[in-house]
Design a protein around this ligand. Structure first.
Ligand code: AGP
Length: 609
């Protein structure tokens, strides 16, 4: 939530910051702004709305200089407006600050600074920072000392970048809770909330640890830890390529990421599978420990929790370990019961989600071990977990999670088979059968993607509806939740997912000819039960959209629309079902003229609780 960038170097600061902000736009798009230090003075430009608005402004009012900072905002304190947009400044416009996170003690600081004569223009918590720094500079401290003193006064979680006229060739930075990267190119440095902004011009990067702060200048990077001791920078090569973070020939990043799924699966299988067995080279937990785990508590948010709910079924079925799932934001507040053999599993694409991170911290405070399934293995969760499993989905930038979801489900399935095998619970023939079906998933997904035109027809029907119901059972109950989440998130059509068996216990009352029902009914044990749900909806004039196994003539006949997936084992079906549900949400949003990659009110990484 909120993206920050900073640049010092020979290129056009305005252009580098603008490209950086475009790459970080997924983090927030309520407003954008930048401050550039040129000829000893700070100039700022701010615009409400997407980065394109700021770009228009810059066309008429360009900026020149060698040092600058920029921000894309997801509003927390104060509505989206120019006055609330970052950068925030002191009265003389000699200090500019961009901030991601929340200063929890801002009200107290604001009143103290107001008593000192400082005038606040915005409703933001951020504005206390430039005034505080100003105060310490006025008291005669050097810019470095003023910045350090300011940090000591700020509570909460944040990533910050600051420029000041008195520190002509420096950008100050600090990280406490929110991510921040320092990256270097050729005689130039970039600060950024995430990797996509630095990929175009940088070769290596430092992933700052919590509590670290410092400054970049043309001479290099200086980093201190929270105690004020100098830290030796740990440069790591950037392995992400420009193609990974660019939408290429696709209209939207979400569509590109949907189409990347077969390749993601091939990558996962290449890394994890050999002829007969499953491997997790990055997993720090030994086989003996995993065989002794007696209970698993999965906590995650949104799509990641939906994946976790499928994972729960896998783990109970294949690893025979009692498993619970919960929203992170609920789990941590319900004083969860702990036992020595409990393992807490966090699942997150970004590895920065505040609720999931708080859940991990709660687990650790209760002396439980934590294993996280993460797509960003340089994230805060990666650092704070005892062990991790790399989802290997590649950078996911579209706000609506797609390839990370299927990668989560696949890795959870492989993990459950791995633990089950360690415990000698799965006969090798059964494991071999599931693995050989899994290897066919990429081609099955390609086949589904080729058939996208039939989804477009369903989307054209759905576009005028206000409500939609998604139903599934067992493995595909979470698929129903995920299908509904995708649709509401990007098309703004109200959608709810239910377990098929629960339909008649209340949600059935919603069905009418204007409320279509998506029935997820691939071949398997629960197919006939799903037919009962279909009949129940049909009897109330509900239009039926079904997701079925190829050649299921019986359900086809009963459906107003249907989409066929290739035949597969029921346990693997969520991986295939996910693709038409993602496409359905995507094309419906397109039909309704929605900005798919920038859904209203949302941001990719939710770093506030
Ligand atoms: C999914 O489409 C959503 N954008 C959202 O529910 C997301 O999955 C959730 O915020 C969790 O994010 P994470 O996986 O990065 O922790």
């Amino acid at each position: 939530m909120c993206g920050i960038v900073g640049y010092i170097g020979p290129k056009s600061v305005e252009s580098v910051l603008l490209v950086g902000l475009q790459k970080l736009e997924y983090r927030g798009y309520d407003s954008a702004g930048m401050a550039v230090l040129g000829d000893g003075e700070i100039a700022t430009r701010k615009a409400v709305g997407k980065i394109a608005e700021l770009q228009k402004l810059l066309k008429n009012q360009p900026m020149f200089g060698t040092v600058g900072i920029g921000h894309s905002r997801w509003a927390t304190h104060g509505e989206p407006s120019t006055v609330n947009a970052h950068p925030h400044l002191n009265k003389q416009h000699t200090i500019a600050v961009v901030h991601n996170g929340v200063f929890e003690n801002y009200a107290k600081l604001r009143s103290e600074l107001t008593d000192d004569g400082y005038v606040f223009l915005s409703e933001t918590d951020t504005e206390v920072a430039p005034h505080l720094m100003d105060k310490y500079l006025e008291e005669g401290f050097s810019p470095e000392e003023a910045f350090a003193r300011m940090l000591r006064r700020l509570d909460g979680q944040y990533a910050l970048a600051v420029i000041a006229e008195k520190a002509n060739q420096k950008i100050f930075f600090a990280r406490k809770g929110s991510p921040l990267i320092v990256a270097r190119g050729k005689s130039e440095y970039l600060l950024s909330s995430d990797i996509p902004a630095v990929v175009p011009i940088c070769e290596d990067a430092i992933y700052l640890e919590n509590g670290e702060w410092g400054y970049v200048s043309p001479e290099g990077v200086t980093i201190f830890n929270a105690a004020g001791d100098i830290v030796t920078p740990k440069w790591e090569p950037i392995t992400v390529s420009i193609e990974d973070v660019d939408k290429g020939e696709f209209e939207y990043l979400m569509l590109k990421e949907i189409y990347e799924q077969p390749d993601v699966f091939e990558r996962i299988f290449k890394e994890r599978l050999d002829e007969t067995f499953i491997h997790f080279p990055e997993l720090k937990f030994g086989k003996e420990y995993l065989a002794r785990v007696g209970r698993i508590l999965i906590q995650a948010c949104g799509t990641s929790l939906n994946a976790g709910m499928i994972g729960r079924i896998y783990i109970e079925q294949f690893s025979r370990i009692s498993t619970e799932t919960d929203y992170s934001s609920e789990w941590r507040y319900r004083n969860p019961l702990t036992s020595g053999d409990s393992l807490v599993v966090g699942i997150s694409q970004s590895g920065e989600t505040a609720d999931t991170l708080a859940g991990i911290r709660e687990a650790k405070a209760k002396f439980m071990r934590v294993l996280s399934f993460l797509n960003n293995v340089n994230s805060t969760m990666a650092r704070e977990s005892d062990a991790l499993i790399n989802l290997m989905a590649g950078p996911e930038i579209g706000v609506a999670s797609t390839k990370a979801f299927t990668a989560q489900v696949a890795n959870l399935l492989l993990f459950s088979l791995y633990v089950g095998s360690i415990k000698w619970l799965i006969p090798s023939e059964e494991r071999a059968k599931i693995l050989s079906e899994l290897r066919m998933v990429p081609d099955m997904m390609r086949k589904i993607l080729k058939n996208h035109d039939s989804i477009k027809k369903i989307a054209a029907f759905l576009k005028d509806k206000n409500d939609t119901i998604f139903l599934g059972r067992t493995y595909n109950y979470p698929s129903a939740l995920e299908g509904a989440l995708k649709l509401k998130e990007i098309s703004y059509i109200h959608a709810s997912g239910y377990a098929g068996g629960e339909f008649k216990h209340g949600p059935l009352a919603l069905v009418s000819e204007n409320v279509p029902v998506v029935i997820i009914a691939p071949k398997g044990e629960i197919r006939t039960k799903m037919i009962s749900n279909l009949k129940e909806a049909q009897a109330r004039k509900g239009k039926i959209i079904s997701i079925i196994t190829e050649g299921d003539e019986e359900i086809k006949k009963e459906s107003d629309f249907y989409f066929e997936i290739p035949e597969c084992d029921e346990s693997i079906s969520p991986l295939l079902v996910a693709v038409p549900l993602q496409l359905l949400a995507y094309y419906t949003a397109i039909e309704r003229g929605c900005d798919v990659d920038r859904p209203r009110n949302l941001a990719k990484a939710v770093t506030v609780e």
